[in-house]
Write a new protein. Structure first.
Length: 403
């Protein structure tokens, strides 16, 4: 008989679990591992590039960290070629699962304790159909490394949908109030990873200076946007292909990087060539001795629910989506009956004079059987890319605004 494992991965606020009796497991604070950060960053550009190929002329906003975190948890239940293909896709093939878990545990702990003026909350939960039992080692690993606790739930009760969606709404500070409309009758497990971001600019924009300005879209249409602006000492980067600025939040531990193409290139061309090396160059070669006149639109963006299956398959994870898949360490007694059916993602961002609020949801369904020396300008009145990341190179969110 076919069984289904459904996994949801979110980005958001709050930490209220629909509680059940649970065994306390010490939370692993992890070990810093640059290979995990580098792999996550490379995967961020890989998945963003694939989605950009699908939505070439559309706004895009995702949390690659949500997607990689969710799949990393799933990796704890995979084996054989399934495990190898997932690690390759996630750019984590050169480290062990234990080292990967420690790396993610460190990033989760570090991000949630990063800056008192920036709210980053990460929450994970496992919702188990009440007739199944999690593999004990898998349950321990996700508890200790991802702080994910299991709750038994009667999936045949319609109220279970409300319970899960209420959890989603809590974790996203109501930015996302629904991720499922129903639960498949063969579902065995729902896994949720939640991260919420709310940061105030280190130097806020003056709302009285925000004015209506032209914005030329990807289709060369001119629309009106509320354009924020300020002139200040702002981190500035420029090479042959791009111009970028760095806008810190709070104490500067995490920032938004905005990227414009130079010359006649468009933003899609830039995205097609972005990788972790260019990301590191951009971050490390920022110049802080320029006075920059900055104009940036206020905007709200909602992306999805977007199916990620095709993108992940193109990145090499095809084996996990068919009957070759092997997840022997997720559910007791279901060693040969699980494979990924649907991976979906939804994300929301709100950028204003005060700062940025963002949330995202990823779902996976698995059926089975100082002195100023120069002046510069950065005028975002045409399509641009933006990245929210920390000083270590971890990418929480990435998007492009083209309309």
């Amino acid at each position: 008989m076919n069984k289904i494992l459904t996994m949801f991965f979110l980005l958001v606020l709050s930490s209220t679990l629909i509680a059940c009796e649970k065994e306390t497991v010490p939370l692993n604070e992890g070990v810093k591992n640059p290979l995990v950060t580098e792999g996550n960053s490379e995967f961020a550009f890989d998945i963003f590039r694939e989605l950009n190929n699908e939505d070439y002329n559309e706004n895009i906003f995702i949390s690659p960290f949500s997607i990689s975190s969710a799949l990393a948890m799933t990796l704890n239940g995979a084996a054989g070629d399934t495990k190898d293909s997932m690690q390759t896709t996630l750019q984590l093939k050169d480290i062990s699962i234990d080292d990967m878990n420690n790396g993610f545990a460190y990033i989760n702990y570090m991000l949630t304790n990063l800056d008192d003026d920036v709210e980053i909350n990460i929450a994970n939960s496992l919702w188990v159909k009440d007739e199944y039992t999690l593999n004990k080692q898998f349950e321990f690993d996700v508890k200790s490394n991802f702080n994910a606790y299991a709750t038994l739930l009667d999936f045949e009760d319609d109220k279970s949908v409300d319970v899960i969606n209420e959890w989603v709404s809590d974790k996203t500070n109501d930015l996302i109030d629904e991720i499922i409309k129903g639960i498949d009758p063969y579902a065995a497990l729902i896994l949720i990873n939640a991260i919420y971001f709310n940061g105030s600019w280190q130097d806020e924009f003056n709302p009285s200076k925000t004015q209506s300005r032209d914005f030329t879209t990807i289709d060369n249409n001119v629309i009106q946007v509320d354009m924020m602006n300020r002139t200040d000492e702002i981190g500035f980067y420029e090479d042959n292909e791009i111009t970028a600025v760095k806008l810190p939040y709070g104490d500067g531990s995490i920032s938004m990087y905005c990227v414009l193409p130079n010359g006649n290139e468009d933003i899609n061309y830039i995205i097609s060539g972005m990788n972790v090396d260019k990301w590191n160059d951009l971050r490390n070669d920022m110049n802080y001795y320029y006075e920059v006149t900055l104009e940036l639109p206020k905007f709200k963006m909602e992306y999805g629910i977007k199916a990620l299956n095709d993108a992940l398959i193109k990145l090499g994870m095809d084996i996990a989506f068919d009957n070759r898949a092997y997840f022997p360490d997720l559910i007791e007694g279901m060693e040969d009956n699980l494979y990924i059916n649907v991976v979906s993602h939804k994300a929301v961002v709100d950028v204003s004079e005060e700062g940025t609020e963002a949330a995202a949801v990823t779902s996976i369904t698995v059926p089975g059987s100082s002195a100023l020396v120069e002046r510069h300008t950065f005028i975002a009145n045409r399509p641009f890319m933006f990245i929210i990341g920390d000083e270590e190179g971890n990418i929480l969110f990435i998007g492009k605004k083209v309309t």
